[in-house]
Design a protein around this ligand. Structure first.
Ligand code: SF4
Length: 474
């Protein structure tokens, strides 16, 4: 949705870049052409350490509510060296690349940089404003040119930033007793309006939410930790689905946006509940045992059974293999169905010891498809248990599906409630990036949500974090 209205070749030399800045400056509009401001986008850039490889993130928020609507990011190699005053030539191309991925068109573009508070009156915020045709604001953490007096201590206090006798921006106190930010008009926004928008975008932090969130996102992208917040284009959730999911599918997602919709739900859950630290278990072997014992019971009961095994020094493949089935049944009694589970556990341990010497590292040398086939051939191990072992014990990228997954996502219209295990699994694995950490945390969050709000009888939608699943971009 954000296609540049003006395109130019990105210069390679200092002289060329300065000439282009001077030429483009004549296109600047410094009065208000903002219209009704409903959405604001913030952009930020981050570099890989000691490298020219860099990343840009754009976060789009509702104004003035500051709810995230959409996020995009892009990565690449910086085409221009760092030269103060020519930042647009280094960072502009990557920000434009991220902007092009947006599905919405922001009313305001806020850049962590300067607009006209610049040696040639044409900083990166002005440059991107002119290229995109979107009214733009520079909101920088430090001064590039000009002088200012410290504004008053109260939030909202401001003082002029003066360069060559002209007010080119303002030092704006966005948080009491915290250093000011430096606001300048970029393009099609007056300085008064720019300051007003920036202060409305500041919640409890010094930096306005659009650039603050873009900063967080771009660092996640750089660190490769986006599994706790992954997307190339995340789309916001808004109105609540009916618990029965009627009519939700059309509103909630389309094939095109399945990844976005799933990642958006994931991000919402993670932000709300935090990491779940699954699977509880001190060793991969303990996780395997837990995966079998947790069938048809709650985790509290499994913990008691595992404690019994630990207390009797029996939580090892060798000990369980050597133990009579009746003794094992007695020890795991708290997990329920203990005779059946003792038989299942013995079958599994036999397979594990005979084929892999009781060593998970030996198992990890095989493909997940092979291990899965083998596990499913062990008596009493079904797809969910096999996949739990693959994901949580062997750390292989296999999405675990359970009744909770089907309940929540069928209520949101992603698939019918009676969908087959493997169809649901394929849906998730085809839609999401292959990522062990993501699959791990996502499943744990699904379980948390199902127990907290999306209970069997009917979901407590009005209290639920997923009370809203309309893809606004559709
Ligand atoms: S309780 Fe939450 S997850 Fe369940 S249907 Fe309602 S909004 Fe969706």
């Amino acid at each position: 949705m954000v296609e540049p209205v003006l395109k130019h070749r990105w210069p390679k030399s200092y002289k060329e870049a300065v000439r282009l800045q001077e030429r483009l400056r004549s296109r600047l509009i410094l009065g208000d052409r903002t219209g009704d401001v409903r959405i604001v986008a913030g952009a930020d850039v981050s570099y890989d350490k000691g490298s020219d490889y860099y990343h840009a993130a754009v976060v789009v928020l509702k104004f003035p509510e500051m709810e995230t609507i959409e996020e995009t990011h892009a990565s690449g190699k910086a085409p221009f060296p760092y030269i103060p005053g020519l930042l647009a030539f280094r960072e502009g191309p990557i920000v434009i690349k991220a902007l092009k991925k947006l599905k919405s068109r922001p009313d305001i573009l806020m850049i962590d940089g300067h607009g006209i508070a610049h040696p040639r009156g044409f900083g990166i915020a002005s440059h991107l404003g002119v290229l995109t045709g979107i009214p733009s604001i520079g909101c920088a953490k430090s001064v590039l040119v000009g002088e200012f007096r410290e504004p008053g201590a109260r939030r909202g206090a401001k003082s002029p930033l003066v360069y060559k006798g002209e007010e080119v921006g303002r030092a704006l106190r966005t948080k009491e007793k915290v250093k000011p930010v430096f606001v300048s008009a970029g393009h099609m926004v007056s300085l008064d309006t720019a300051c007003e928008i920036v202060i409305k975008c500041c919640t409890k932090y010094r930096l306005p939410e659009p650039t603050r969130r873009a900063h967080i996102l771009v660092n996640e992208v750089r660190r490769g930790t986006l599994t706790t917040g992954i997307s190339t284009s995340r789309i916001a959730l808004t109105s609540c689905p009916s618990p029965g999911g009627r009519g939700v599918k059309e509103a909630c997602h389309s094939e095109r946006s399945e990844e976005s919709a799933l990642l958006n739900i994931y991000n919402s859950l993670l932000a709300h509940y935090g990491p779940q630290h699954w699977w509880p278990g001190e060793t991969p072997f303990e996780v395997m045992v837990g995966a079998i014992l947790t069938q048809n019971t709650n985790w509290g009961n499994v913990e008691k059974a595992i404690s019994n095994l630990k207390r009797s020094d029996s939580l090892s493949p060798e000990a369980i293999n050597a133990m009579p089935e009746t003794t094992l049944a007695e020890l795991i009694k708290p997990s329920g169905y203990f005779n059946i589970k003792a038989k299942r556990l013995k079958s599994f341990i036999r397979y594990f010891v005979e084929n892999y010497n009781g060593k998970t590292e030996e198992m990890r040398k095989r493909s997940s498809a092979q291990i899965r086939r083998e596990l499913l051939s062990v008596s009493g191990i079904g797809p969910e248990t096999a996949d739990s072992i693959l994901l949580y014990s062997l750390e292989m990228p296999v999405f675990v599906v359970d009744a909770y997954t089907k309940r929540i996502f069928s209520r949101h219209g992603f698939f019918p409630p009676d969908s087959d295990y493997h169809d649901v699994q394929r849906f998730f694995m085809d839609s999401l990036p292959e990522d062990v950490k993501l699959y791990n945390e996502y499943h744990a969050l699904i379980v948390r949500l199902a127990k907290d709000r999306c209970v069997k009888k009917s979901g407590q939608c009005e209290l639920c974090i997923l009370a809203g699943c309309t893809n606004e971009a559709q």
